[in-house]
Design a protein around this ligand. Sequence first.
Ligand code: 2AL
Length: 181
Amino acid sequence: MDIATANAMTYQEFMDTFGNVVEKCPLITAAVWSKRPFDNFLQLENSVFDFIDALPTSGKQGVLRCHPDLAGRELLSGTLTAESRREQHQAGLTSLKPEERQELSQLNSSYKDKFGFPFVICAKMSEKGKILQQISERVQNSPQQELCQGIEEVKKICHLRLQDIRSLATPTSSLATPTKL
Ligand code: 2AL
């Protein structure tokens, strides 16, 4: 897809395409729509990041809370978003051994008890061993460090989701010249 196609989208098309670039935070996409036209995808991405950066602490915590646990309840019940399912699958979290799942579940709980939001990491840039190591280490951090780190991970996830959308073929329907009868 090219940026001209994104710029030409109606609000609904834009939401259907970009609504989940930040997990379960369509409000961010809805706000960014009014920044069109974008010169390029980097500018679109930066508009998302600027919105997140401008949020107060409670808003950033809210963004983190919209993320499902890794290998958590939603994965087991099949209720993850399509993007999240692909990411968790790619990191090997859909094929954990029972003892690995239990370890991650305990670490997820300890992390949430301490910080009040879930552990967030860009799963596509990690694999299960690294994720277990990272959560064990990051649970020792301060709340401020983890708020910043978690938001950095949200941005990495968003960057890769935007890349996936960009690599989609430009829909021919929006470019096609109407057939003359
Ligand atoms: C996720 C997710 O759903 N996808 C990803 O990369 N990370 N969740 C999380 N808690 O880190």
